[in-house]
Structures are given as C-alpha cells and as structure tokens.
Design a protein around this ligand. Structure first.
Ligand SMILES: Nc1nc2c(c(=O)[nH]1)N[C@H]1C(S)=C(S)[C@@H](COP(=O)(O)O)O[C@H]1N2
Ligand SMILES: [Mo]
Length: 539
C-alpha cells in the first residue's frame, strides 16, 4: 500500500477511504463461489444426486482424460486417484474464485463473465453425463446465478475499506474534491459477514451429507438382510492361507479391497430403484427387479478380481467371498440370438463394460453379486448389484451398479475403456508378486522367508519359482489351491548369505505357460514382467 495523504492532510499507512482491499476482494470471490456451490450441492442432493457441480465437471475430466493421464493418476495416487482429482479441482476452484474476486472491482463484467463461463462448463458437463437427465442442468446453473449475485452484493461496498475518520462515513459522495468513491465497510463488519457466510456454507454442506446419507442407499444397506446361499462356497481348507506374517491374507476384507472406477460421487441406488433391463439381440426383453432377483437361489463363490491397470508387483487385486446369482439363466430367460457375442453392461452412472458372451456361458461362475464377505456390497463396490466374472479383468467383466444389459456384437458396440484404447478382450494375465521381505528390508543373518501371491484366474497357478541375484530358479512351496478362480500364496526359504540381494519370482499357469520376462505396461491389456525386491542381510 502506498503512502497517501487523506482529506485531513495527514499522512498514514492505512488505505485511503473507500479503497479496494485486495484480500477482501479475494475472500469475497471465494465466498461467492462457495455459496454458489453449496446451493448447487443442496439442490443436487434433493433432485439429482450425481449432478453436484464439482462432481459433473470432475466426471467430464475423468471421461475425457487421455489414457496416459489416467495411468499417471493411478501410478501416482493409486486407489486415491479420485480424492486427488477432487482436491486438484477444489484447489483450482479456490484459485479461480479468488481471481474472480480480485478482477471484480476493476472489471465487473469480466469477473461475472468468468463466473458465467464456468457455469456454462458445469451445465455442459451436466448435459453430457451419459446417465444424466435435464435435472442435471439445474445445480450448476443455480450455482452460477447464486455465485454472481453474491459477487455483485459484496462488490458494491464490502470490499472497500471504510473511511478513515469517524463522521465521514456518512455516504457523501465527494471526498475533498476527489472523484466519487463508494463508502466501504469497516474491517470488523466485513469479517463478521464473511464468517457468517462461511458458516452458512459449511452448514449447508453438512446438511447435504446428512440428506444423502439418510435418504438413500447408505441407510438402506445398514438394514438390508442378505438371503442365505442355496449353493455355498466350498470351505477354505487347511493350508489355503499359509499365514506367513507379511503376506497378503487369502481373503481380502471389504475395507482393504482395492477400488477402481470412474465415479467421483459414488452412485446411491436403492434396491427399490434398482432394476436390470435385458434387451438387444434377444427373443424377449426382460426387466428384473430386486424381488425377481432375490427370489432366485443364491450362490456364493470366492473369486479374485484384478484390475488391468495393475503394475508388476502392484496391489490392484483382491479376493472376495461373493454372494449372488448365476448370470447364465438370466440370459437364457431373455433368449440370446445365436450371432450375438457381446454383453454390454451399463452402470447407473453411464459407465459401460463389454464382456464376451462366451465367458458368461461357458460354465464359469459368472454372477450378479449382491454381497461381499457376508455383507451387502459396500456402496463403492457396486451396491446393490454388480457383476463378478472369474478370469477377466474388471473393466470387461465387473460392472458395478449394473442396471442394463444390451446383448450385441463386438463389431457393433464399444465400451467405456475400449473406446479409449484399451484391449477389447482382456483375460487376466498370469502374475506373481513378492509380499515379503519388504522393499529394501534389512534382515538379521540366518534363513530368510520369501513369500507372496500369484494368480492366473480360471486357469490356475501350477508353479512359482524364485531366484536370487540372477542365480538358478528354485521352486517355491505353493499353498493349497482353493480354486482356479482364486489367487494362491507361495513361500520359499533361503539360507541367506550376508549382503545386498535381489529376489525375483515368476509363475507358471496350469496350461504350462510361464510369465514372460518382457516388461510391458498395463495399456492395452495388462502388464507383464517379473517382480523383484531388493533387501539386505546383515553379517
Ligand atoms: N460402474 C463401474 N463399474 C466398474 C468400473 C467403473 O469405472 N464403473 N471399473 C471397473 C474396473 S476397471 C475394475 S478393475 C473393477 C474394480 O472393482 P472394485 O472397485 O470393486 O475392486 O470394477 C469395474 N467396474
Ligand atoms: Mo480396472
């Protein structure tokens, strides 16, 4: 701030009467946008749960992100990729809204134009949501309007400082012969109003959470009782879980189960709202309700899911106990045309996956799952109904929140990821991973237990081999196989020599094929290469 001479002719360091305060302008911008977004979120919670302005814009970014950006996000943030994106979008919004506030006093038209432009982005994103309705337009639109109004209200006088001397704060428009400058607010008044507004924004967001939690699927899930399994999963026999400390447990808890999807706001779909429409190349269109589905005999199976984005040694795989219903009889009910070869599954949020019909009908345990580890599916894992199909990567098999099955052909339809350059057919590649020793572990002298997990779903793991420092391959001890659809633990004990060592592993599936050494990245149809770990043994 510059030294100024006020109307009384005294020098002081305070801003002259009515001067714009930049911090106030920035805060006003952030509060205006915050108020707009809070009203938009509230409206969304009431009329269109997935149309909250930040969610629709984030979803637009996710859907149009190039493949390398997705890979980078998953590599960098892992299963926290969505939180990272939301934090990134949130930070960008804060910065841009502060900019709008700062621009406003000099160029109100530009600032309001900026708000208008972002409103247009939000409305467009709402319109483009695959599962969106016209209601999706409302929250971003109303957000924009509220934001502009708050900005205009604040911009008039709140962001200008009050006149320095008492008695002059009376609204006379001339100031010692200077041009007209609007009288401003005292700092205290500005702070008071800002705190009240910030509190109102926080309270609104809190109410939004309460509404979404109470109204929808979350509350229902707590009450839901799962049916028993007419066809239970075989018991987990002795020796399936080797129980070596530091290895991945055989069964993955729901809390530890990896989550990969494009949904920024987890779909909230109740069993009443859920139905599955089966159409396309069928003799007769069928629509199943939750009652129809749960009247069928339920089956329970333990199946290991894997994401195609899993890197060599990565942890985007999990082994769950799934309760559900065989998919094949449902398809038979609709009657599939002989020349159809693809099941295009659509989620309530518009995501699609394309599964070879052969994989659903060849006798494997392809199921519509409603339970995971004895509980209803967690919301983020597909509540109330998702697919589980052993042997295929998740993006071509495991549609969560599934509501629509179109029977079609691979030469006529494309799914979400195949349209973005990923492989059309994606059986899970054989993989093996070292779980212990931990990376760069320093171990006491004596025997070292190397152990890990291997999978080759629907073929089965026949052998795991380990070698140290490029020496000869040694056969590891395999845990008892639960089924070919689940992963298999392995371990190998080594009488370690002191020093720094590299251990590698490779698995062979039941067809006799061994994992290739060649490293390829996950895109387009899964990574290959041998996993390795470096550790030190003390003398
Ligand atoms: N609706 C929907 N279903 C989806 C996805 C998605 O983005 N949206 N991602 C798929 C992918 S890529 C994988 S690997 C699995 C992961 O299932 P999980 O999150 O329950 O582990 O879900 C699949 N089903
Ligand atoms: Mo995936």
């Amino acid at each position: 701030m510059t030294r100024q001479v006020d109307v009384h002719g005294t020098q002081h360091d305070r801003p002259p009467a009515g001067q714009v305060s930049r911090p106030r302008a920035a805060v006003a911008g952030v509060l205006a946008v915050g108020a707009g977004l809070a009203v938009g979120d509230l409206l969304a919670a009431l009329v269109a749960p997935r149309a909250a302005p930040i969610s629709v814009v984030g979803a637009l970014l996710v859907d149009h992100a190039p493949a390398f950006a997705r890979e980078w996000a998953i590599d960098t943030f892992g299963v926290h990729d969505k939180i990272a994106l939301l934090i990134g979008v949130g930070a960008a919004v804060v910065v841009l809204s502060a900019v709008a506030g700062l621009v406003y006093p000099r160029a109100p038209v530009v600032a309001v134009g900026l708000v208008g432009a972002f409103t247009a982005v939000g409305v467009t994103a709402g319109v483009l949501r695959p599962a969106g309705t016209w209601l999706y337009v409302l929250p971003p639109l109303i957000s924009g309007v509220v934001c502009a109004v708050v900005l205009l209200l604040f911009g008039r006088s709140a962001i200008r400082s009050a006149r320095g001397a008492a008695g002059h704060d009376t609204g006379d428009d001339t100031c010692g012969g200077h041009p007209r400058i609007a009288a401003g607010w005292s700092r205290r008044r500005f702070l008071g109003v800002a705190v009240v507004l910030a509190g109102a924004i926080a309270a609104t967001e809190y109410a939004v959470r309460a509404i979404s939690a109470a109204g929808g699927a979350m509350a229902e899930r707590m009450r839901l009782r799962l049916p028993g399994a007419a066809d239970p999963a075989p018991p987990i026999g002795d020796g399936v879980d080797i129980g070596v400390p530091g290895t991945t447990p055989f069964l993955t808890s729901a809390a530890d189960f990896y989550r990969i999807d494009t949904a920024l706001a987890v779909p909230s779909l109740t069993t009443d709202e859920w139905s599955l429409r089966i159409h396309g190349m069928v003799d007769e269109e069928v629509t199943l309700t939750w009652e129809d589905l749960t009247a069928l005999p339920a089956m329970e199976r333990i199946v290991t899911l894997t994401c195609v984005s899993n890197e060599v040694g990565g942890d985007l795989a999990g082994n769950g106990r799934w309760l559900g219903y065989a998919m094949r009889p449902l398809l038979e009910r609709a009657g599939i045309h002989p020349d159809a070869d693809m099941l295009l599954s659509t989620s309530v949020d518009g995501w699609t996956g394309g599964t070879p019909l052969s994989a659903v009908r060849d006798g494997r345990d392809a199921m519509l799952a409603i339970g995971l580890n004895g509980e209803p599916l967690p919301l983020e894992h597909g509540y109330p109904v998702r697919q589980v199909i052993p042997g295929l990567y998740g993006y071509v098999s495991a549609c969560k929140w599934v509501v629509d099955w179109e029977i079609t052909r691979f030469d006529q339809a494309q799914a979400y990821w195949t349209r973005r350059g990923w492989g059309v057919r994606a059986p899970i590649k054989t993989a093996s991973r070292i779980d212990r020793p931990a990376p760069l572990a320093v171990l006491p002298p004596g025997p070292v237990v190397v152990a890990g997990t291997a999978w080759a779903q629907h073929r089965g793991v026949r052998r795991v081999e380990v070698r140290v420092d490029g020496g000869p391959w040694q056969t590891a001890t395999l845990a008892r196989e639960y089924s070919t659809d689940t992963w298999r633990q392995w371990s190998w004990e080594w009488d370690a020599a002191p020093g720094l060592h590299t251990v590698e592993c490779r698995a062979t599936d039941a067809t006799g094929a061994t994992q290739p050494e060649d490293r390829v990245p996950p895109i387009p149809d899964g990574a290959t290469g041998w996993h390795s770990r470096v550790f030190r043994v003390q003398d």
